[in-house]
Ligand binder design. Structure first.
Ligand SMILES: Nc1ncnc2c1ncn2[C@@H]1O[C@H](COP(=O)(O)OP(=O)(O)OP(=O)(O)O)[C@@H](O)[C@H]1O
Length: 257
């Protein structure tokens, strides 16, 4: 079976810093994979290379068997690889529904041929409105559909960020620290939403997260990074027992593991 996402000897250097240093792994479709590692391990850099936001220094990213076009951030999104949005950074005065419609349109209108045809744009807008309604219900955001995002509690804003990614119709959703800044109840709500996105919508997930108990509950596979390299790869139970993983976290989050 073709891997949904495959990294082959991927590297990204910043001057003398090897932020990502020869990382290879393949993820089969239909999985929830966690990417963990201490601060500075290279997780964000890896996400940025995979989504095309920054160019790799070497190596290849394949999505559904086809290589990433380096330096074209929209290209992976058009193919269904979507990163969760930092919604509060985008249009804080706009309502939740409008956020979802905008996210749905980003992908639809990214196809250049559509821009030439007025009728197709109108159809894309109608489709975005239908999608937004569906996702408002699915995520439990319908009650605050018209509220400006900036007025929502932080936990709800983070849900909006994931809902926006869902509106862009991913086959693989990259969730970047979905539990960061959330309290215990909000973390559980986020975890439940991610699980439902996987189970009920058939979306694969790659999740970067510092909350180790949460990510160990959520994922069927964990890939641990340290100093830009893969130091452990397996089920959460296997990774938790790995000597390299325990060493990487010693003095920081080792107790939580
Ligand atoms: N644009 C940049 N210029 C220079 N160095 C960078 C840049 N981006 C990241 N780095 C360095 O690359 C290394 C990996 O950083 P990265 O942010 O990818 O780690 P991370 O695992 O996401 O960390 P965190 O969990 O703290 O977000 C660090 O040493 C960081 O200082």
């Amino acid at each position: 079976m073709t891997a949904q996402l495959e990294l082959r000897n991927l590297s990204r250097h910043f001057g003398g810093i090897r932020a990502v240093d020869g990382v290879s792994f393949a993820i089969a479709p239909g999985r929830i994979t966690g990417l963990v590692g201490p601060n500075g391990a290279g997780k964000s850099t890896l996400f940025n290379v995979v989504t095309g936001t920054i160019r790799p220094s070497g190596g290849t990213v394949l999505f559904e068997g086809r290589p990433l076009a380096a330096g074209q951030p929209g290209a992976m999104a058009r193919r269904g690889l979507i990163r969760s949005f930092q919604s509060t950074m985008s249009w804080p005065e706009l309502g939740v529904r409008r956020h979802l419609e905008q996210a749905a349109l980003l992908r639809a209108l990214a196809a250049p041929r559509l821009l030439l045809r007025r009728g197709r744009i109108a159809e894309a807008r109608r489709r975005a409105a239908r999608l937004a309604d569906d996702i408002l219900e699915f995520t439990g955001l319908a009650a605050v559909a018209e509220a400006p995002v900036a007025t929502l509690p932080y936990g709800s804003q983070k849900i909006v960020g994931v809902a926006m990614a869902l509106a862009a119709e991913p086959t693989l959703l990259l969730a970047d620290e979905p539990a960061a800044g959330l309290n215990g109840a909000e973390t559980l709500a986020m975890e439940a939403l991610l699980r439902r996105i996987h189970r009920e919508r058939g979306v694969s997930l790659v999740v970067v997260e510092h909350d180790l108990p949460m990510i160990m509950r959520l994922c069927d596979r964990l890939i641990a990074l340290a100093d830009g390299r893969v130091i452990a790869d397996g089920t959460p139970a296997e990774v938790r027992r790995s000597r390299h993983f325990i060493e990487a976290y010693l003095g920081s989050d080792a107790d939580a593991a």
